[in-house]
Design a protein around this ligand. Structure first.
Ligand code: ZN
Length: 509
């Protein structure tokens, strides 16, 4: 019951540059904050993964529950995957967090729940009515002392969640992921490790919140809300069932619990039109040695190195023919539901692989300004094959333009492969848990104090990268995680805090 934050990287709507009041000209001395890049010990290994073996599901909407690629926690493995099994919404489930833990991630996958609901919200003399897709979202998370780290039983969220223990604004159907720590306040506390002991998660979704709102004694935070009862044959709101996982990431042996560096394995899925009529210059066989993809991986690695991340194995896969005929001439981002084209494309991420899966498509939508879109923030790391397991990247400019020589700086203005790398790195940032520094409206910010914010006063309409590159109150435009892309301003910077959040992901090894 919250406004979802867009997970898209868009082209700026305004071609003209709006001025930051009082700062034009001259600009105040201002340097956009950025973390130094890590030096990687070796170059990534590029691999031809062949054709994706995913079978054609036909007209079915794929929503299979998938396992994690991490080892299960056992007597010999203190960290990894804890399968809490199938649970009904409202259940409070304990799970152990061992000493020496850097982060915890909770994943809910729907087994059986209402797909959507009609919600009424009464405020004063007016009542708003809207139809909402159900969202798989944890209702509550508590630490071993019983402290409420996160609750979704609330109205709206903070504009700036940096002081909250856990920030979440990425509501999505079917598969939901929550990760701790992801705010400045939590990073400070968790520097010495996540509190060990029995944590608890209250399983939830929007249906559960509907059931609470309609109960005899509803929580104050849900005052004014009511939901129409589900139709005949639809699972009652109080009986939704989810498979629940917890993933724990081990702490670094010395220093801060969050490791200073890490390695990420990536899969690039080439979703090209069927022959003849291909739109991309490469396939999985040629990609490991083709100039366009070599340059793309080079630039992608440079951008991620600012988060302390090195690339391990980079696998290229051709989409199977059925998927190429379905998605290969462009994928619409108009339908954000779990059965929409985009979510169904993500189910092609190969189950059982500990990879971040990026789907390169010839174009997104039809004339849309969207360059990339991620499943959820964060993504269900290590759980591939779900409707949220990966991100889609426009490869319209792969191989176009003039690129720097190998090892040269990223040039998103002239080099098409660098632009594709930039979009891929931005969407990867979302998958690893990073929010936009400033949303398009200039009123919502990421939960990190070290990233510059940009205010509505910086721009006359939507905040643009150019309007947000001028001062400490009009900053963030050059950062990789700014909401929109402008080749003249976007630099792909990341801050130290952003790197820390990214390295809490269970995908990072
Ligand atoms: Zn984005």
């Amino acid at each position: 019951m919250h406004e979802a934050v867009p997970r898209r990287l868009a082209l700026p709507i305004l071609a003209t540059l709006a001025a930051c009041p009082g700062a034009d000209p001259p600009f105040p001395p201002y340097e956009e904050p950025r973390a130094p890049a890590v030096r990687c010990p070796s170059a990534p290994v590029l691999v031809n993964g062949g054709t994706n073996p995913a079978p054609d599901p036909g007209a079915t909407c794929v929503q299979a529950v998938r396992d994690s690629a991490l080892p299960a926690v056992s007597a010999s493995a203190t960290h990894g995957w804890i399968d809490l099994g199938e649970r009904t919404v409202g259940e409070v489930v304990p799970f152990p967090v061992p000493p020496g833990t850097a982060s915890i991630t909770v994943i809910e996958q729907v087994v059986d729940a209402a797909a959507r609901m009609t919600i009424h919200f009464a405020s004063g003399s007016t009542t708003q009515t809207f139809i909402e897709e159900n969202a798989a979202v944890v209702a509550e998370l508590r630490d071993p002392a019983g402290f409420l780290v996160f609750t979704d039983i609330r109205l709206g969220g903070p504009s700036d969640g940096s002081a909250t223990p856990l920030f979440f604004e990425s509501y999505a159907a079917v598969t939901g992921t929550l990760s701790y720590p992801n705010t400045s306040a939590a990073l400070e506390v968790a520097a010495s490790g996540v509190a060990a002991g029995d944590w608890t998660v209250r399983v939830g979704d929007y249906g559960y919140e509907c059931a609470l709102a309609g109960s005899p004694d509803p929580p104050a935070a849900l005052a004014g809300f009511s939901c129409d009862p589900p139709g005949a044959g639809v699972t009652p709101f109080a009986q939704g069932r989810y498979r629940v996982f917890v993933l724990t990431r081990p702490a670094a042996p010395t220093g801060s619990a969050i490791p200073a560096t890490g390695t990420l394995d990536v899969a690039f899925h080439l979703v090209d039109a069927l022959a003849p009529g291909q739109l991309m210059p490469v396939d999985a066989a040629s990609a490991p040695t083709h100039a366009a993809t070599l340059r793309m991986v080079d630039a992608y690695a440079v951008l991620l190195s600012q988060a302390g991340l090195c690339l391990g194995t980079v696998t290229f896969l051709d989409a199977p023919d059925w998927a190429r005929s379905r998605f290969g001439t462009g994928v619409s981002d108009a339908d954000g539901s779990a059965c929409g084209e985009f979510s169904q494309l993500l189910t092609l991420s190969v189950p059982g692989q500990r990879t971040l899966d990026l789907f390169l498509v010839p174009r997104i939508g039809s004339g849309s300004a969207t360059l990339g879109i991620d499943g959820t923030i964060p993504g269900p790391a290590t759980v591939n094959g779900t409707v949220a397991s990966g991100a889609m990247v426009s490869a319209a400019n792969l191989g176009a333009g003039t690129c720097p020589a190998a090892g040269g700086p990223v040039d998103v203005l002239r080099c098409g492969s660098d632009e594709v790398a930039y979009i891929a790195a931005h969407e990867s940032g979302h998958y690893l848990g990073l929010y936009h520094l400033t949303e398009h409206d200039g009123r919502h910010w990421d939960p990190l104090t070290g990233t510059p914010s940009c205010r509505t006063s910086c721009s006359s309409a939507e905040v643009s990268p150019a309007a947000c590159a001028r001062s400490t109150t009009c900053g963030g435009g050059p950062n990789l995680m700014f909401w929109s892309f402008d080749p003249l301003v976007s630099r792909g910077y990341l801050t130290a805090e952003q790197g820390q959040v990214a390295r809490t992901s269970p995908l990072v090894r």
